[in-house]
Design a protein around this ligand. Structure first.
Ligand SMILES: [Zn+2]
Length: 399
């Protein structure tokens, strides 16, 4: 496909002022040229024109923390009781829906039976529609650790190495650890550390040797500290970040993947099932605390200069459906006093860096894939515009 999108206001993902009356020339899946429409080169002028006047053009969004194999509406135990085929078919639909909602790339940080690997391959072959993917395979937890019912349980450095290598063998791009308790696992203390520094370091050593990153689920401060000492690349959630651990993250160049929506689920915009109502009731005290805490964490992380990404955790619990989850996450980040352009950069350019994919995606720049989101209204004026989609392009193909 060769064409030129003209007339839109461009928000390129780098955080600078939007460029009015922009042109983006697309050739063979990639952005060939981008700039002011008045300065279009001959090739861009000669190509088929897509008139986007009155619209806003952004990089495709990147969800850096998602669970594509789970629907985020039923309990994980109900999902695990289903035949594998049922999970596969629903996941195919979730992939398509996610892409249609403007999310052109995801990082799945906890899959199921390696279904996600088959989804990635099917998408890459053009059999089904869905976002680009970086995948962790199964999460790794201590015996009885957070999400142990879906995890590869492992104890001690040797078992942890083996568990990590199993995921890489299965096709994982990164390794996911559960370093503290989690609220989705009934009865757990989210402050409790669940992996030793030696266990974390063992995983980081083998993952890094094979060119993979390590992501770690952490709520409690002790878990974040252990992960920094062990060499983890991205802290997921990071709820109880403090001064010391923020400094450790900056020193080591680690990223914090915010998941504001996890602690602040959407309980209003759709009717909750009895299972969801029960989960909302169970998590009520944690949610009340979490909303205030995450506000502090975001302010602290920004004041310290911690590198921020974001994800939805969609699929990760029964109150995390794949319903404009990333748009909602960005809305919540903005509600925590982050300017809209910065929030958009977090969900595009920064997430691309977290995925180690920033050479090809994350901003609207020449040479990168033409993964684009065209909006009918201005997201800087009202961030809810992210739900007002005119078109989504992945690799120059309109979705
Ligand atoms: Zn998660």
């Amino acid at each position: 496909m060769t064409f030129t999108i003209t007339g839109a206001t461009l928000i390129d993902g780098n955080g600078g002022a939007p460029l009015q009356d922009a042109a983006v020339h697309i050739e063979a899946q990639r952005i060939a040229w981008v700039g002011a429409a008045t300065k279009m080169p001959a090739a861009a002028q000669a190509a088929q024109q897509v008139d986007a006047r009155g619209k806003w053009l952004l990089p495709g969004l990147i969800d850096a923390h998602i669970h594509i194999c789970y629907n985020g509406e039923e309990s994980v135990f109900a999902l695990l009781a289903k035949p594998r085929d049922a999970l596969v078919l629903e996941a195919v639909e979730i992939c398509k829906r996610t892409l249609q909602q403007g999310v052109t790339t995801i990082r799945d940080v906890g899959g199921e039976k390696y279904i996600e690997m088959s989804l990635r391959d099917a998408i890459n072959r053009g059999w089904i529609q869905g976002p680009r993917m970086k995948l962790s395979g199964r999460v790794i937890s201590m015996t009885g650790g957070h999400a142990h019912f879906i995890a590869r349980e492992a104890d001690g450095p040797d078992e942890m190495r083996k568990a990590a290598r199993e995921q890489i063998k299965a096709g994982a791009d990164l390794v996911k650890l559960m370093a503290t308790g989690g609220s989705a696992t009934p009865g757990q203390d989210i402050h409790a550390s669940q992996l030793t520094v030696a266990e974390i370091a063992a995983v980081c050593e083998v993952a890094h040797m094979m060119g993979r990153t390590v992501a770690a689920h952490c709520h409690g401060t002790g878990g974040i500290r252990n992960c920094m000492l062990g060499g983890v690349d991205t802290i997921e959630h990071g709820t109880y970040l403090d001064d010391e651990t923020a400094d450790m993250m900056v020193e080591r160049g680690a990223a914090l993947c915010l998941t504001v929506g996890v602690g602040n689920p959407d309980l209003e915009s759709y009717p909750l099932s009895p299972v969801q109502q029960a989960d909302a009731e169970r998590r009520k005290p944690m949610i009340e605390q979490g909303v205030a805490q995450i506000r502090k964490t975001i302010a602290l992380a920004r004041s310290k200069g911690v590198f921020l990404g974001c994800g939805t955790d969609a699929g990760g619990n029964p109150l995390a459906p794949h319903r404009f989850a990333l748009a909602r996450e960005i809305e919540l980040i903005v509600a925590n006093d982050v300017p809209p352009l910065e929030a958009i950069s977090i969900a595009t350019r920064n997430n691309a860096k977290i995925l180690r994919w920033d050479d090809e995606i994350g901003t609207v720049e020449a040479g990168k894939y033409a993964d684009l989101l065209l909006l009918n209204s201005d997201p800087v004026a009202d961030i809810r515009a992210l739900r007002d989609i005119a078109a989504v392009y992945k690799g120059g193909e309109r979705v």
